[in-house]
Design a protein around this ligand. Structure first.
Ligand SMILES: [Mg+2]
Length: 429
């Protein structure tokens, strides 16, 4: 049975400022402004800074005096940090539901249609509390049957403290719904903005309620098919379904039960290198990059004293580079390896997968494009050689440390190259 559309918008409040405050708790309830790194314009403001009348985009040089007078703390934007916090929030949200659309660095839509929730506002407050507890960033959550309404609901949640950070349009009496829509100026509707608002105002439409009551034909005449869709969305009819980053795979895992249990670190290292290379190859074949990588290991669950471990790491820069992935995981293994254990099984996993094309549309500017291009070219050469000369011709030195973990019949191909600087150039016919 198809479920009726139902969305939650999770919107981080004053996101960049909130990220800076994570490391400067003394700045709570103080005016704080984050400035763009190149031109020194305000790109994020705390509520206290907004109350001082500092507008979005305010150039710092014009506001120096006001900053000094009110002891406003300013930061140069640290996009690497914001990107990392953003990914942490997204990965926390994926534990709520994997059906998520990361709309921007500080906004994500969740598809709630298949979740068993009775009280949506209470659910929203609970999610808000979890994010605040685990990450420390305050968010506003809006819930509705269309994205446009969900966005409006999150604005209402942000504006009115009585809602405690979450507002839902589900099961709301029509009179309350209309009063809420009436209170939202037309330029605050998602997709309207400064450009279209004057057109609507000239037609007598000043609020979200006015627009919801517009004849769809009129909206289309004024602002095209988007106008018609906006009217439908404001009436709770979904025109914009959840857009997924990718549907090909949520994660890639390569695991193996060892030929014999082992207490030797180099055997585990070898397993990580081989399985890591296999997983990274699968990742590249699908045109994906991983934002999180990890491995698990366990002893034999049928023997006494069963134990299991799992470790993961969030990457600043998503990768499909076998060498990068293996090096990081082997290093992690070194930190956590316990010599007294008899390891029975190990697996490498890659998740938080994104299409490789995200690097071209990197709005945050935290990606090192040059390093990425080099890594991708190296991997293309590796895959080309392996596909031309047979699987496993080229592999990482660590994979060769031991074959004890592999099934007994496996015969390792000769090792041609163990150093990336000596990698031969492959010509693809
Ligand atoms: Mg926001």
């Amino acid at each position: 049975m198809a479920h009726k559309p139902l969305f939650a918008l999770i919107d981080c409040n004053n996101f960049f400022v909130s990220c800076e405050r994570l490391f400067r708790p003394d700045l709570q309830e103080r005016p704080v402004v984050v400035l763009s790194s190149n031109d020194g314009c305000a790109v994020s403001r705390s509520n206290e800074a907004k109350a001082l009348g500092i507008p979005m985009g305010a150039p710092a040089f014009k506001y120096r005096q006001l900053f000094a007078q009110h002891r406003v703390t300013t930061f140069s934007a640290n996009f690497e940090l914001y990107g990392d916090i953003s990914r942490r929030i997204v990965s926390l949200l994926t534990t709520v539901t994997p059906r998520i659309e990361v709309y921007s660095v500080d906004e994500s839509f969740l598809d709630l249609s298949e979740l068993p929730i009775n009280d949506y506002a209470a659910w929203g407050r609970a999610v808000r509390a979890i994010i605040l507890k685990h990450i420390g960033v305050p968010v506003s959550i809006g819930i509705a049957t269309s994205k446009t309404l969900a966005k409006l609901a999150s604005e209402i949640a942000k504006r009115d403290e009585n809602h405690q950070g979450a507002y839902s349009f589900i099961h709301i009496p029509p009179a309350e719904r209309d009063a809420q829509l009436e209170s939202v100026p037309v330029n605050d509707i998602w997709g309207v903005g400064r450009r279209l608002a004057p057109k609507l105002r000239a037609d007598g439409i000043g609020s979200a309620l006015g627009m919801a009551r517009m004849r769809p034909q009129r909206a289309q005449q004024l602002i095209g098919i988007h106008g018609r869709q906006m009217v439908a969305e404001l009436n709770g009819v979904c025109c914009h379904p959840l857009a997924r980053d990718h549907d090909s795979a949520k994660s890639i895992m390569r695991g193996r039960t060892f030929g014999e249990d082992t207490a030797k670190q180099h055997v585990l290292e070898s397993a990580i290198a081989t399985l890591g290379a296999q997983a990274a190859f699968a990742l590249r074949r699908q045109g994906l990059l991983a934002r999180r990588i990890g491995f698990f290991a366990n002893t034999n669950r049928h023997k006494p004293g069963y134990r299991s471990w799992s470790y993961e790491e969030t990457l600043l820069q998503p990768t499909a580079d076998s060498g990068d992935i293996i090096t990081r995981l082997v290093k992690k293994l070194d930190e956590v390896f316990i010599p007294s254990q008899q390891y029975h099984r190990l697996g490498v996993y890659l998740y938080d997968l994104v299409g490789a094309e995200v690097l071209q549309t990197d709005l945050l500017g935290y990606i090192d494009g040059h390093a990425h291009d080099k890594a991708q070219a190296r991997m293309q050469a590796l895959d080309a050689i392996n596909s031309k000369h047979g699987k496993g011709k080229l592999y990482y030195a660590a994979a060769d440390l031991s074959s004890k973990w592999q099934p007994k019949h496996h015969i390792r191909s000769p090792r041609y190259v163990s150093n990336w600087d000596e990698l031969p150039v492959a010509r693809i016919a």
